[in-house]
Design a protein. Structure first.
Length: 614
């Protein structure tokens, strides 16, 4: 294997050994990949990895190195791996030092959009993923390859044979290479766009299911167009971080829309004749009855997409023009969030943590569908989980697997309802019970009784704000005195869109905006805030990228409980809570606008149903 490590004539030698190597962004359009900052090979090779980490990257101390060397002498193994496992250095620092020692260029970013997808035509995606390796440029002399482990030369030998060319090596972090692999192979396959053209002259149902463990980006060109089209829709939805996929048949066409950051956006339109084929393919993936088109059906699909485990809830609905399909996407690879990452302000966070750390009582999370209730509930469970607690859950469905927590899934078809499951959970000696949702009187009654007999109960309920939860629980048949005795607090959650930091526009609040924010006008007057721009590539021209949470916490103190016992309505309870200092959803949203996280327009539009504070 020929591996080029020679530096360009223009390269500047490192003048000071204490400087950490820094490289400017790469321009793949140059005829040759050239390191933009050279290293003195003779000088570098004389230094050990430990010396480089101490003197050049400043990532290691002499004491840490001595401890690692002692472990190596006693137990064996590679020094680099010991340093990482002991958390003395980060993996990226180790890679920088290794690149310096081997006199190889190190890049912490790669220009993924400039990488020619044709470079990977003859290479399986799994080969690149397994070896953390990716061809990124080619000229008349070399193929330049990004690697995460420059000491593993065997994959480079394989690439040399596959591509019939010499290899020029650079070093990049594994996460950077993995991200590039997914994006380059997405562009190489471009499944949805290719298959749309094929579908125009191709009809017919398909009954070949995909392997659950096979990545959809590995779809072969000889697969049927409908398979590649559906795979392409799923891959693009994951890439754009969509929460839902809508496939909607109309009189003359089928429209595919993605819900991104809470808003539906059109993605594809194709002829009406394909509605049956698409519906059949998706129903096969969800193990539904493909012959039944007269009644709604629900199912689930689990797939590996771009290296991420995606779980989809599938719903079909008969309409006048064919079956309407909605798929809700859940990325299980992302895992659960910590409570501190949920966007709670410091005051609300402190009070909420105090509520969920109680030994008994019931704490509810409320809000409409898609408001982040379940995510907040999982974060609360993670926060209070300790080895001495028995935490059990009953959910529909189980969205995330939590280590050390017993999770049970509702199965209505066999009689495993929330009520039946909750009664069984009480016989399992729980300390904490999490109920996915209180949706009927039976579940509500058992939850209240459990919270009054030494258990902490956490659950969700569908209401618009915290105070209306009291009315909702009474509608379930809970007596006011029991509700007042059991309830610790209610937190309402919403998700609002974050402004794209690449294209947002800074400005001073206008008079029109000040009139919109009401009692908070003085806080905004003269304050620099942001509004959405015209959009860019990073936010898919929407002006927004991602979402953050806003919250309203109602703590059930003695005065609030007295109002409940006296059966006061939700408005009275909310006004009392506001008078006692409760921050409303609108105020929480406007705080995010003050911080530059979102715009005033977004904050107002997402909290339109707020009770007037005056």
């Amino acid at each position: 294997m020929s591996v080029n490590t020679n530096q360009s004539p223009e390269a500047t030698d490192m003048q000071n050994d204490d400087n950490v190597m820094h490289l400017d962004p790469i321009d793949v359009r140059k005829s040759r990949w050239k390191p933009l900052q050279g290293l003195n090979t003779e000088k570098a090779n004389k230094k050990t990895l430990g010396q480089i980490l101490i003197h050049h990257t400043k990532a290691l101390t002499e004491i840490q190195l001595e401890e690692a060397l002692k472990i190596q002498s006693e137990e064996g193994g590679k020094l680099g791996r010991i340093l990482i496992e002991k958390e003395f250095v980060k993996e990226e620092d180790m890679l920088k030092a290794l690149a310096y020692q081997l006199d190889l260029p190190y890049y912490d970013k790669l220009p993924v959009n400039d990488i020619d997808p044709a470079l990977v035509d003859s290479i399986q995606i799994q080969f690149c993923r397994d070896n953390k390796i990716l061809p990124i440029a080619r000229d008349e002399f070399y193929v330049t390859v990004a690697v995460a482990d420059p000491l593993n030369i065997f994959p480079l030998d394989d690439l040399r044979l596959i591509m019939n060319d010499n290899i020029n090596m650079i070093v990049s972090p594994p996460s950077v290479i993995n991200n590039c692999i997914n994006k380059v192979y997405e562009r190489a396959s471009d499944s949805s766009q290719k298959a749309m053209a094929d579908l125009q002259d191709n009809e017919g149902d398909d009954d070949e299911d995909l392997e659950r463990t096979r990545d959809l980006l590995e779809s072969a060109d000889d697969e049927k167009p409908i398979i590649r089209f559906v795979n392409g829709i799923l891959a693009r939805a994951v890439k754009e971080q969509a929460s839902d996929i809508h496939i909607e048949p109309y009189d003359t066409e089928v429209v595919v829309r993605f819900r991104i950051d809470g808003a539906l956006q059109d993605r594809f339109q194709l002829p009406k004749k394909h509605v049956g084929t698409i519906a059949t393919r998706i129903k096969i993936m969800g193990k539904l009855n493909i012959a039944e088109k007269r009644i709604p059906q629900d199912g689930r699909i689990a797939r590996l997409i771009a290296g991420r485990n995606i779980d989809m809830r599938l719903s079909t609905l008969p309409t006048a023009f064919g079956e309407r399909i909605v798929m809700r996407l859940l990325d299980k690879s992302s895992g659960t969030k910590n409570l501190d990452d949920m966007g709670l302000n410091s005051k609300v966070s402190k009070k909420f943590k105090s509520l969920i750390e109680q030994k008994h009582g019931i704490v509810l999370v409320t809000g409409p569908t898609g408001s982040g209730k379940t995510t907040l509930l999982y974060a609360a469970i993670v926060h209070i989980h300790t080895p001495d607690k028995n935490i059990l859950t009953i959910e529909d469905p189980v969205e995330y697997q939590l280590d050390g927590i017993g999770q049970t899934e509702v199965k209505d078809k066999v009689g495993m309802t929330f009520g039946a499951g909750l009664r069984a959970l009480l016989r399992q000696d729980p300390d904490v019970i999490m109920i996915g949702e209180i949706r009927d009187g039976e579940t509500a009654q058992i939850a209240i009784k459990s919270s009054m007999t030494g258990h902490l109960v956490l659950s969700t309920v569908h209401t618009n704000d915290t105070a209306s939860t009291v009315t909702r629980m009474m509608d379930f048949g809970i007596e006011p005195f029991k509700l007042a005795s059991a309830m610790q607090g209610v937190i309402a959650a919403r998700l609002i869109r974050r402004l794209c930091t690449s294209c947002r526009i800074e400005h001073v609040a206008t008079e029109a905006e000040l009139s919109m924010v009401g009692t908070m006008a003085e806080q905004f007057r003269g304050h620099k805030i942001y509004r959405s721009g015209t959009g860019c590539e990073k936010c898919f021209s929407s002006g927004y990228a991602g979402r953050c949470g806003i919250h309203e916490l109602l703590v059930f103190d003695s005065e609030i409980k007295e109002l409940i016992v006296n059966t006061q309505d939700a408005n009275v309870i909310k006004k009392m809570a506001i008078a006692k200092g409760m921050q409303t959803l609108r105020e929480s949203a406007l705080d995010k606008a003050l911080q530059g996280i979102t715009s005033i327009e977004e904050a107002i539009s997402r909290t339109q149903n707020e009770l007037d504070n005056e």
